[in-house]
Design a protein around this ligand. Structure first.
Ligand code: SF4
Ligand code: SF4
Ligand code: SF4
Ligand code: FES
Length: 950
């Protein structure tokens, strides 16, 4: 167990840090302490080592001052002010304990306890209840009011939410839950209803939690000082006894968590207050949806088979690895060195990804390695590298708190990046302007206390036309930042771009018919963004997953450069990464043309560096991208594939083509937790380990490298990095690592932007934003300060080219895709949790007008047909989508969302054009051919798996 990083309890200083750097001095019980201006007396006392009794205050929320337990005496002031709402002042002298204070506090506690069930010994919060603690602290020994008066003790529990229960009998109406839902989460699902004795917490006008606006983020549960709101896992298992700090394995926000345990049993995941990306907040996935890690579907023994129609055979690790290596070597002997390759996953750690690309280059002897970022953010890499010189977002998440205008393009943060969305909403509630560029009316367009100033509801596929119209307005109305451009950008390229963008053809008026957005709205949005002291752009897959994805990323960078919105806090160009380690998997060199750190293979000096470290000759020729691998497989030239943690048979476009490619291969090796869709085509299955079972690092959308710490031993007995190393050794290339920290040390040696990164540094700092090297020894919160990474910023021309995917009378609707809050990507993890209660099927959203003209009713079956294929989904009739546009999620394999998406892709990177598919929609009476074939294959493969299990 010496490998485990156990930590102590989280401290709560009572009120938030002020954020000020100027210090003042005061006295707490005679002890002098210096604290930042704006610090509460309560926090100052806690910093001085004195915990003032409290109930309604917590460090995560603004002080409220309702419980009156935290009273203090201040020299020269009358009465007993609440220490949570009183700010420390220079020279102030505070007394936290006196006979009078004792009496007042006991009186308060007496009132609380007189209306509280005294079942402490059998209460689930026993040992973690602030009410119980405070009763002890104030020395409560009797309750004078008896138990015959009116009380709330008979109130019924609400057990409807899957992960936590609500027991109003235990509520002390401190309002922490209500404030957490408002301040931290921004959902406003809770309220205090009634007055005085009748005050009670209710979820959305007295609905059950499950029927309310609640999104199960758990902020209220963490905030609750009693057992009123409590995790069901704690009720079932008891209080945790130790904790390990680790990082969420779901989205690119990269929230830090305390994995709280009893022994090696995980009891709950609590968002870490010291987490730099999340500051103690979480969403339903990271907070609660970890049950998949111990789901009975987990496969923990290696398996092999000759054909995909054979039953699986369980084998030892040695047999599996020897078998896999021999199959790959035999294929190379017969079909050539380049007939095999590997796919890395953005769900895996940096160390695992690095090792797979090293394995492909050093042991397979080619560069056929690609990552799932190919199908999401590869245009970000290309576009930002071309214009700014670095393939990464420019800011910290916290930077949004200094933005005056926020532009969200092709991203739905409240579902895909919920914790960052909560932070963004906080800034919006403070008054920042908001521009949303999206074909759908996403939640940010109009939600409690947030309303977009402008919603540019464009037609799917016309992003570049919109960004050009915005830039045209800025340039032709003289709103550009001339000084910034002159000082920071290449003049020649700027002049070319300026001439191009000023053309009348790029005006909002000329493009309105194409984009569907009226010219005045575009002009107003452009003025709002350009005139903001700080304008920040956030974008997602609605930008990249287009045939002009790379062009659009460059268009966004152009807009930011033209307005001087780069190189400081509050501004920037910020790609919101979908999976937890998309940034990292790209950084680690899992592209067929680039070594770690985005260095092109053709550069002999870089190649030599790696050759010397790895003691091997590298092929200077770039390898296959994922779509090329599939094309070559169908053509009979590509025969073997090692896929770690990725489910291409569900996630990639034009699924029939992917299935044909996988079926054509002779050795498909899948390393995963479950028999996913791709494993149904596999010949070797190597069990993977969940994020709870490994040490490593993830890099989030802010370039933040965060530690992933082993909470329990791998169920299969081997961590992924050990398996990759063993496979490499069996292929004749030995790797010598004893721990993932040594892999990171190698990455740091070979990658200039990671030079100062180490596990010791991560332990010291908690997390680090790269570049972290001699120039930036503690990392880089925001990039391009003073100078772009490439030197001068490059304005790239961005002519709008319509997608080949056109509507016509046969395919009159445009299908676009996205994610739900509670499911994650292909759903392999979240479908094996209680999150199924929130989202158990992918539906097709269709506008009421389109539904009516087709005779489609809400909930009815709808056939969706494109040029690539057809499937059947149930309808969700909603005006969230505009007429002519339909939308679906892709979390459930039986939906076949990617049966209909085409193989069109971004011109520069091959990123698929998931967001634009011309389709027809029509009512049908039942699921279709895809569902039949899915069920048939699924049944066969489950039976073949059962043969191995029995
Ligand atoms: S779980 Fe989150 S969304 Fe639901 S009521 Fe609590 S704070 Fe609000
Ligand atoms: S549910 Fe908990 S946090 Fe909310 S008011 Fe009651 S005791 Fe306070
Ligand atoms: S899924 Fe994303 S937002 Fe949710 S807890 Fe995990 S990292 Fe945070
Ligand atoms: S903790 Fe200060 S009033 Fe409740």
């Amino acid at each position: 167990m010496d490998n485990f990083y156990r930590v102590g309890a989280e401290q709560d200083l009572g009120t938030p840090a002020s954020g000020n750097t100027e210090l003042i001095g005061l006295y707490i019980d005679g002890c002098e302490i210096a604290v930042p201006v704006g610090t509460s007396v309560m926090r100052a006392a806690a910093l001085a080592g004195t915990q003032i009794p409290k109930l309604c205050a917590t460090e995560d929320l603004e002080a409220f001052g309702s419980c009156r337990l935290c009273l203090v005496e201040i020299e020269g002031r009358p009465g007993h002010p609440a220490s949570c709402t009183t700010l420390a002042e220079e020279g102030m002298s505070v007394r936290t304990q006196s006979p009078r204070l004792e009496e007042l506090r006991r009186n308060v506690m007496e009132l609380y306890i007189s209306d509280h069930p005294l079942d402490c010994l059998t209460c689930a919060a026993n040992g973690d209840c602030e009410l119980q603690d405070m009763a002890g602290v104030v020395g409560l020994r009797e309750v004078r009011y008896g138990d015959t008066g009116a009380n709330h003790l008979a109130k019924a529990k609400d057990e409807t939410a899957p992960y936590f229960s609500f027991d109003p009998a235990k509520c002390i109406v401190c309002s922490r839950c209500v404030r957490a839902c408002e301040e931290q989460q921004g959902t406003f699902a809770l309220t205090i209803e009634g007055r005085g004795f009748d005050s009670q917490v209710v979820a959305s006008q007295a609905d059950d939690f499950i029927d309310s606006e609640c999104v199960s983020c758990g902020a209220c549960v963490k905030a609750c000082p009693t057992a009123t709101l409590i995790e069901k896992s704690v009720v079932e298992q008891g209080q945790p006894t130790s904790a390990v700090i680790t990082t969420c394995a779901y989205c690119g926000v990269g929230c830090s968590f305390r994995a709280e345990l009893q022994g090696d049993q995980l009891v709950r995941m609590v968002p870490n207050r010291d987490g730099h990306a999340n500051h103690g907040h979480a969403c339903v996935k990271g907070r609660f949806a970890f049950g998949y890690a111990s789901h009975p579907d987990r496969i923990t023994t290696p398996m092999i088979r000759d054909s995909i129609h054979d039953p699986w055979q369980k084998v030892s690790w040695d047999e599996a690895i020897t078998h896999a290596a021999q199959r790959l070597q035999a294929i190379q002997k017969q079909y050539g060195r380049k007939s095999i390759g590997g796919i890395t996953s953005s769900r895996c750690t940096n160390e695992e990804v690095y090792l797979v690309q090293k394995f492909v280059r050093a042991a397979m002897g080619n560069n056929n390695v690609d990552t799932c970022a190919r199908v999401c953010h590869s245009p970000t890499g290309y576009g930002l590298k071309t214009t700014l010189g670095e393939s990464a977002g420019t800011q910290t998440f916290d930077s949004v708190m200094q933005a005056d205008v926020i532009m969200v393009i092709g991203s739905n943060p409240t579902t895909a990046h919920p914790v960052f969305a909560s932070q963004m909403k906080r800034r919006l509630r403070q008054g920042a302007g908001l521009i949303v560029v999206d074909p759908r009316a996403i939640e940010l367009v109009n939600s409690p206390h947030v309303r977009a100033d402008h919603h540019l509801q464009l037609r799917p596929g016309t992003n570049v036309a919109v960004i050009n119209a915005l830039a045209h307005t800025i340039i032709t109305e003289g709103l550009e930042d001339k000084d910034f451009i002159a000082e920071r950008c290449e003049d020649e390229a700027y002049q070319v771009w300026r001439t191009f963008i000023s053309q009348q053809g790029n005006s909002p008026e000329a493009l309105a018919e194409i984009t569907g957005v009226d010219a005045e709205t575009v002009r107003a949005a452009a003025r709002l963004y350009a005139n903001a002291p700080n304008g920040a752009i956030y974008y997602g897959l609605g930008v990249t997953e287009h045939s002009q994805g790379s062009t659009m990323v460059m268009g966004i960078a152009n807009l930011a450069m033209a307005t001087g919105n780069l190189g400081r806090e509050g501004v920037g160009v910020n790609p919101l990464r979908g999976q937890n380690n998309v940034q990292g998997s790209c950084d680690m060199g899992s592209f067929p043309h680039e070594l770690p750190g985005y260095r092109h293979l053709s550069d002999a000096t870089t190649r030599e560096l790696f050759e010397k470290e790895w003691q091997v000759s590298l092929d200077p020729e770039p390898g296959y991208r994922i779509p090329n691998m599939f094309d070559a497989a169908v053509a009979g030239e590509y025969k073997g594939l090692y896929i770690q943690g990725e489910d291409v048979a569900q996630s990639d476009p034009d699924i029939h083509h992917v299935h044909a490619a996988l079926s054509a291969m002779e050795c498909v090796i899948v390393q995963d937790l479950f028999l996913n869709e791709t494993a149904k085509f596999a010949h070797v299955f190597l069990p993977g380990s969940s994020f709870l079972e490994k040490d490593g690092t993830f890099t989030n959308a802010e370039r933040r490298i965060s530690p992933v710490r082993k909470v329990m031993e791998p169920l299969s007995g081997m961590a992924e990095w050990e398996v990759t190393a063993a496979l490499s050794k069996a292929m004749g290339y030995e790797m010598h690592y004893r721990h993932p920290s040594e892999i990171m040390d190698e990455i740091a040696r070979l990658t200039p932007t990671f030079r100062n990164v180490s596990y010791a540094k991560l332990d010291e700092m908690g997390s680090i934003q790269w570049p972290c090297n001699a120039d930036h020894p503690d990392g880089t919160p925001f990039m391009h300060e003073g100078e772009f990474v490439r030197g001068k910023g490059f304005f790239a021309p961005t002519p709008y080219v319509a997608s080949d995917e056109r509507c016509n009378s046969k395919y009159p609707l445009l299908l676009t895709t996205g994610r739900s809050l509670s499911q994650y990507n292909v759903g392999a993890q979240t479908r094996r949790t209680e999150n199924m209660l929130f989202h158990n099927e992918d539906r097709i959203e269709i506008h009421p007008t389109d539904a009516e003209t087709r005779g489609i009713s809400d909930g009815g079956w709808v056939g969706i047909k494109s040029r690539a294929g057809d499937t059947v989904l149930r309808a969700l009739v909603t005006d969230r989508v505009q007429p002519g546009v339909v939308y679906t999620t892709f979390h459930h394999p039986e939906s076949g969302a990617n049966v209909v998406t085409t193989d069109n892709s971004d011109w520069a990177t091959n990123c698929p054009e998931y967001k634009v598919t011309a389709v027809q929609a029509y009512p049908v009476s039942q699921p279709g051919d895809w569902q039949d074939s899915f069920k048939r294959v699924d049944k066969e493969q489950r039976e073949l798996l059962e043969a191995a299990r029995s």
